[in-house]
Design a protein around this ligand. Structure first.
Ligand code: AMP
Ligand code: MG
Length: 301
């Protein structure tokens, strides 16, 4: 098996497969092209143009359109717990930078008021968002991109692969040893790829984890993390520390994992039922719950 990796979407993206390295590198090179469409930081990207359009319709690529439609569906279904317009608040917290800050209550309350007014409208390839809104596809785009890169690999004849894009796992076929891929679910306090508390079987599916520990800081004993409740623009306060969603669609799994982390178990499981996906939820005090059909192996340490 060969592995190639690169740093995209602010995370390490790795592809492991039974294929020539040249095939894998070609697939990995799709990352920067998707980044150029969907990053809010890259001038001229679809998202950048939307964020600077001041309410004028913007023509976007088919890829961006697909992600925006999915995000809109999950926003409605989650009662606004998932909302890409949270970008306005993410900007205030600066979680993507070196030095996150705690914005003032006034700033956050204003951002939350503006978020309540957010609208998005679709007409063919044209998308209109409220003037002044800032959308951020960080909660959903990586899932979509993994789906597309897996499709590209399949088209090149790859029959066995695992994509690991920092918490977003997508598998193709079976592990070369002929069994389903086993995807480890990481303990919240462990460094990436270290201790896992469970393993999920995956064959041609995505396992996407949202964790508060991915980007967070502690100040005066309080943990501040990057998954924001759009209703308050402050870090989500459900008692969940991580949520993993399994689905054929990495894009859907990605959006739902973020949404469930905001909503908590009860409303979260209502969402898994609505969309027909499996999920594993872990609380801060170590309580594990999961959907009935989840194929999970618990790992004791
Ligand atoms: P994920 O790791 O998929 O849960 O995505 C987290 C990222 O999505 C954050 O770093 C933000 O860029 C963005 N985000 C944070 N909170 C939300 C939310 N409630 N709805 C949509 N996107 C969010
Ligand atoms: Mg997500």
């Amino acid at each position: 098996m060969n592995t190639v990796q690169g740093f995209y979407f602010d995370t390490v993206c790795a592809i492991t497969a039974e294929a020539d390295e040249s095939v894998l590198n070609e697939a990995l090179q799709l990352c920067p092209s998707y980044e150029r469409l969907m990053s809010r930081f890259i001038e001229g990207s679809d998202v950048w143009r939307l964020n600077h359009a001041e309410g004028v319709p913007v023509e976007v690529s088919e890829d961006t359109l697909t992600v925006l439609h999915c995000a809109d569906s999950v926003r409605r279904a989650s009662g606004g717990a998932f909302n890409i317009a949270v970008g306005a608040a993410s900007k205030l917290w600066k979680f993507t930078g070196e030095n996150p800050v705690i914005p003032s209550d006034a700033e956050l309350d204003t951002a939350a008021d503006e978020l309540r007014e957010f609208f998005i409208a679709f007409e063919g390839p044209f998308v209109t968002i409220s003037p002044g809104a800032c959308i951020d596809l960080g909660g959903v785009a990586k899932g979509y991109i993994c789906d597309k890169i897996a499709d590209a690999l399949r088209e090149r004849g790859v029959e066995s692969a695992l994509l690991n894009f920092g918490g977003n796992i997508t598998t193709i076929g079976l592990h070369p040893k002929g069994r389903p891929w086993q995807v480890g679910l990481q303990k919240p306090d462990a460094a990436r790829n270290e201790a896992v508390f469970a393993a999920v079987e995956s064959t041609d599916s995505a396992v996407v984890t949202s964790g508060v520990y991915e980007r967070s800081f502690v100040q005066e004993g309080i943990l501040y993390h990057h998954i924001l409740d759009p209703r308050t623009c402050r870090p989500a306060t459900s008692n969940l520390v991580s949520v993993s969603v399994v689905s054929e669609s990495g894009m859907l799994a990605d959006a739902l994992a973020t949404a469930i982390l905001v909503l908590g178990a009860e409303q979260g499981f209502a969402l898994t039922q609505k969309y027909g996906v499996q999920a594993v939820l872990l609380t801060y005090d170590g309580k594990l719950t999961y959907t009935q059909d989840m194929r999970l192996t618990l790992i004791q340490h």
